[in-house]
Structures are given as structure tokens and as C-alpha cells.
Ligand binder design. Sequence first.
Ligand code: SF4
Length: 114
Amino acid sequence: MERKLTCIICPLGCSLTVQLEGKKAVNVTGNGCSRGKAYAESECTDPRRTVTSTVLCADGSLVSVKTDKPIPKEKIAECMALINKTVATLPVSIGDVLIEDVFGSRLVATQNKR
Ligand code: SF4
């Protein structure tokens, strides 16, 4: 079986063709670098995404956040539900951990907020 993907690792967006045996990628073509091969293999077996969003602060403003590692794609809705229930206490600095464990990742602030 063959699967076509667009690599999302960098802005070049290479068109990847993946030869599959079951869910396993046995050959990847079209990738401009080795990161595209790794992405294609992961996407076919355990698709993951880094989640970026905002968290409400105690003063009513928002602070931008992201997971520090990609999480399983099927957990994104649950991750967003957790994020939407979170209220950050100010001040917040870049890198502060706002949620310690979100499906194997940590939710960290990506901006300073006083
Ligand atoms: S394969 Fe490499 S060069 Fe192509 S989009 Fe992915 S990361 Fe960028």
C-alpha cells in the first residue's frame, strides 16, 4: 500500500510517498532531508502534534503556551479541554510549566506576562 503525505516539519512542505506494509513504513521517497523520513514513519505509526494555544490568566488576559513535546494526535481534544480549564497565576515567564503532564508532555508558557 502507498500513502501520500505532505511533510510539516519545515516550510518547504515536501511531498512524501510512503510504501507501507501494514502500518509500518518500509520506504519513504520525496523527502528533502532525513527529518521528512522520520516524520513519515511516525505519521504512519504514531501521529503526534505539538499543541499551541493560550491559557487564561488570573487578570483576564491570555498567555501563549505550547506542549514541550508532540502529543498523540488523538489526544489533542482532551489536551485542549485541560488547557481551557487552566488559569495561570501571574507573573508568568517563558518556559514556566503551567501543566506538568499533558499526555507525556508539559504545557509551557511561550511569552512573559506581568
Ligand atoms: S523533508 Fe525535510 S526539507 Fe522536506 S519539508 Fe520535511 S523537513 Fe523540510
